[in-house]
Design a binder for this molecule. Structure first.
Ligand SMILES: [Zn+2]
Length: 143
């Protein structure tokens, strides 16, 4: 989560919403690190999680990330939660909860309501204060 937080902080310095994501394998080795790139790529779907999942799968040479974990500083949105299920990650571990945009513990609760999808284990609230603090500082500076 430390690496994801650092990626999020670096994203904020580039003017991106500070969300960072890391994919690790079963042994805990880092396969991919990403942060939001929606502004840089002019891509509204360039969320940290999606970028990290794609990079990890490319690195592994397989679209399946079985036994891999997705670490992300903010509760994934419905799109990224669905992507985590499609990539078949073992666990999704996130920092801050996102009552407005989250798709796991909030909103559509993707893993609970789409029974056809692989269902990763979920751990929320890891280093929540730091993850939420990055977002708060970023949006406060823009007001
Ligand atoms: Zn997302």
């Amino acid at each position: 989560m430390e690496i994801a937080l650092r990626a999020a902080a670096a994203a904020a310095r580039r003017g991106e919403v500070p969300v960072g994501a890391v994919v690790t394998d079963a042994a805990g080795h880092v396969l991919a690190v990403a942060a939001n790139r929606t502004e840089a790529d002019c891509d509204a779907a360039a969320h940290a999680e999606l970028l990290a999942l794609r990079a990890a799968a490319a690195h592994r040479g397989s679209p399946r990330l079985e036994n891999c974990d997705l670490w992300v500083t903010l509760e994934p949105c419905p799109m990224c939660a669905t992507a985590a299920a499609l990539f078949r990650v073992r666990r999704v571990l996130f920092g801050a909860y996102d009552p407005k945009g989250g798709g796991i513990e909030h909103g559509p609760r993707v893993f609970d309501t789409a029974p056809h999808l692989h269902r990763p284990e979920v751990v929320g609230g890891l280093r929540e204060r730091e993850a939420a603090g990055l977002l708060r500082a970023f949006f406060a500076a823009r007001r």
